[in-house]
Write a protein that binds this ligand. Structure first.
Ligand SMILES: *Cc1c(COP(=O)(O)O)cnc(C)c1O
Length: 229
């Protein structure tokens, strides 16, 4: 059943890419397995998916301990500074860097461990009170600060658009995030060019792909409704 869900999502990704004249290989599906047992992750892994997203460090640690080593774990949730050391050992990309202080901590731990860490800056593109992330107008200053830090590389931007039943209503936000990436790259005096755009979830990933997403984070459409207890 999960496999059927995955096939449907992959087909929709393919179709959205075609509509936008994009090659589907530019788009990474991050299967968001938060709250799901390791067995569910295994089922999707067997379908050749290697990228999985979690929003809690604890869940990455628990699942990575029992699952295949070649899984790419993506940290997509708000990250506390005291959890940074643990997550760095396991996550291949941290999507949710939402403060300069957090980036400083990541850099500090990365230096201690002698590793380089790839991150995205989380942008609160719709200025929602309930969401973490930099406001678009804070992004340039934050990027300047973060780029000075050792052992950390900003590969791009991430956002969670507002919850909606009408995905078209989020098109404006996805377009704005893409434009922000272009503007920051144009101003960038450093040698890194950001190319990742992590945007689009179950409700709106097709619109996000049409607007340039390179990473879509899809949970419910693959694993079903989540039950929190
Ligand atoms: C849970 C979550 C997702 C996946 O949401 P779905 O609507 O289940 O696809 C994507 N991104 C973040 C940051 C999340 O926390």
């Amino acid at each position: 059943m999960l496999k059927d869900n995955l096939s449907k999502v992959q087909k929709r990704i393919q179709e959205a890419a075609s509509r936008a004249g994009r090659d589907v290989s530019e788009i990474t599906l991050v299967a968001v397995s938060k709250t799901r047992p390791a067995e569910d992750v295994s089922q999707i892994y067997e379908c050749n998916i290697r990228d999985f997203g979690e929003n809690k460090v604890q869940e990455i640690l628990q699942k990575s301990a029992v699952l295949a080593e070649d899984i790419n774990w993506h940290m997509i949730g708000h990250l506390q500074r005291n959890k940074v050391r643990d997550v760095l050992k396991k996550a291949m990309l941290i999507h949710s860097v939402d403060s300069v202080r957090l980036a400083e901590k990541i850099s500090e731990e990365a230096v201690k461990s002698g590793i380089n860490v790839d991150i995205l800056l989380e942008i609160n593109i719709a200025k929602e009170e309930s969401k973490f992330g930099f406001l678009a107008e804070q992004a340039e200053e934050a990027l300047c600060e973060i780029e000075k830090l050792p052992n950390i590389k900003v590969l791009g931007l991430m956002t969670s658009a507002p919850f909606t039943t009408d995905p078209e209503s989020n098109r404006v936000y996805f377009r704005a995030l893409k434009q922000l990436l272009i503007d920051l790259n144009a101003k960038n005096t450093h040698n890194t060019t950001m190319s990742y755009l992590s945007m689009g979830m179950t409700g709106d990933f097709e619109v996000a792909i049409e607007e340039g997403a390179t990473h879509v984070r899809v949970g419910t459409a693959i694993f079903g409704e989540r039950e929190y207890n």
